[in-house]
Design a protein around this ligand. Structure first.
Ligand code: NAD
Length: 381
């Protein structure tokens, strides 16, 4: 089985274009992404929470982005805030604390906030930001209850502000390529999906605190598998069943689960089987089995090094068989730059982000069902 020359040239062109022009690449594959800012005005982000994802990924990525910049910070640590303000040319008058956060309302140099706080704080800061007249890009998981998710959507709608959940994989070219191979029938009719994502968590993380995290690995990393099954199939799960367990009685899992395993049946009949854990290294991946072939993304959800492989029989008599081995050519911070730019474009062109508040809400509802089926108390209605 070989990759046809035309297919190979097309992949090569896409890969090189994506390195040089990530936004143009996204426009090609992820329409209706239209990365234009009439008048060249940048969208100015206020970063809420200076932790790992902000400092190591999102903020550096705004420097790669042509449509965004960091103009304000919110932190509870004055020295950390001062150092990072200096790094990003943020004036001291645009450094806020969690207490005086609402004053961002009076700062005309903030268009949007990026919320990168522990999960249970997402709802409060989204609602306060919307009331202050700012658009909101909120990290996943959207929040820690279905009710909070609905309140976040309502607050942004009432303030006529955009709300996007940071599902970066939905903009990532290798994941988009997998979706394309499914939609264009390359692997035939999808029958089944397997996916997993997890890691061995260190003690002391806020992720192990139920009040801050809302739940365990399902909320944190299992959500990638759940969301992937939905974007790969383009369907919403019609039935869900699940199990949870705690194996390691070492004190880490007194408040959240260690393992969750769940299955979903989609309206077309596609079945999906997913696992997540905080108890061991579990590289994020998915494998999709179709009637004419399969595709696998391994790894699927990391910041870099994603790898898509696929094999399928030719669609019609005379068509070449397909064999794809496509390491992604993107490197962090492109994923985060693309996400920052995409939201900027949605704001500027008045588009609803595909990773909207409603998209986040749906995952909250499915996670609620997963926990309920597993007999776990998290996200209880
Ligand atoms: P982190 O612990 O590194 O950072 C959290 C930040 O929140 C810190 O700056 C901390 O000071 C601040 N904070 C404020 N109040 C706090 C409190 N009461 N307890 C603890 N911290 C408090 O966490 P992180 O890994 O950056 O995760 C932040 C959010 O980003 C989470 O919702 C997480 O799910 C999400 N995340 C997303 C991705 C992604 O790829 N999209 C990756 C990692 C994390």
């Amino acid at each position: 089985m070989t990759l046809s020359r035309r297919e190979f040239s097309r992949l090569a062109a896409i890969a090189s274009a994506s390195v040089l022009m990530p936004r143009a690449f996204a426009q090609t594959i992820a329409s209706p992404y239209q990365p234009t800012t009439p008048g060249g005005k940048k969208i100015r982000y206020c970063i809420v929470g200076l932790g790992r994802i902000s400092l190591d990924h999102f903020m550096p990525a705004t420097r790669q982005s042509t449509l965004t910049e960091v103009t304000a910070l919110v932190s509870g640590h004055p020295e950390k805030a001062r150092q990072n303000a200096a790094k990003y040319n943020v004036p001291t008058g645009s450094i806020y604390t969690y207490e005086n956060f609402d004053e961002i309302r009076n700062n005309p140099n903030i268009d949007a906030v990026y919320i990168a706080l522990p999960n249970s704080m997402h709802a409060e800061y989204t609602i306060r930001a919307a009331k202050a007249g700012k658009h909101v890009l909120c990290e996943k998981p959207m929040c820690t209850s279905v009710e909070d998710a609905k309140a976040m959507i309502a607050a942004c709608a009432a303030a006529n502000r955009k709300l996007m959940i940071a599902y970066r994989c939905q903009l990532e070219p290798t994941n988009l390529r997998a979706i394309e191979l499914i939609r264009n029938g390359t692997i035939g009719k999808v029958q089944a999906i397997e996916s997993a994502n997890g890691f061995n968590i260190s003690p002391g993380e806020w992720r192990l605190n139920r009040k801050l995290a809302g739940g365990g690995p399902l909320m944190d990393v299992g959500i990638y598998s759940l969301n992937a099954c939905r974007y790969l199939t383009g369907e919403e799960p019609a039935a869900i069943s699940a199990y949870g367990s705690v194996i390691d009685q070492d004190g880490r899992f007194s408040e959240v689960e260690e393992n969750v395993s769940w299955t979903m049946k989609f309206p077309s009949g596609i079945v999906a089987s997913c696992n997540t854990t905080y108890g061991g290294d579990m590289d994020g991946y998915y494998k999709v089995h179709g009637s004419r072939g399969w595709l696998m993304m391994y790894p699927a959800f990391g910041y870099q090094g994603l790898h898509l492989t696929a094999e399928a029989d030719g669609a019609r008599k005379g068509d070449p068989d397909v064999k794809i081995d496509e390491p992604e050519k993107q490197r962090d911070p492109w994923q985060f730059a693309r996400q920052a730019d995409y939201f900027a474009t949605c704001i500027d062109s008045n588009l609803t982000p595909k990773m909207s508040g409603e998209e986040g809400l749906r995952d909250m509802q499915y996670m609620q069902q997963i926990y309920k089926s597993a007999g776990l108390p998290y996200l209880a209605a």
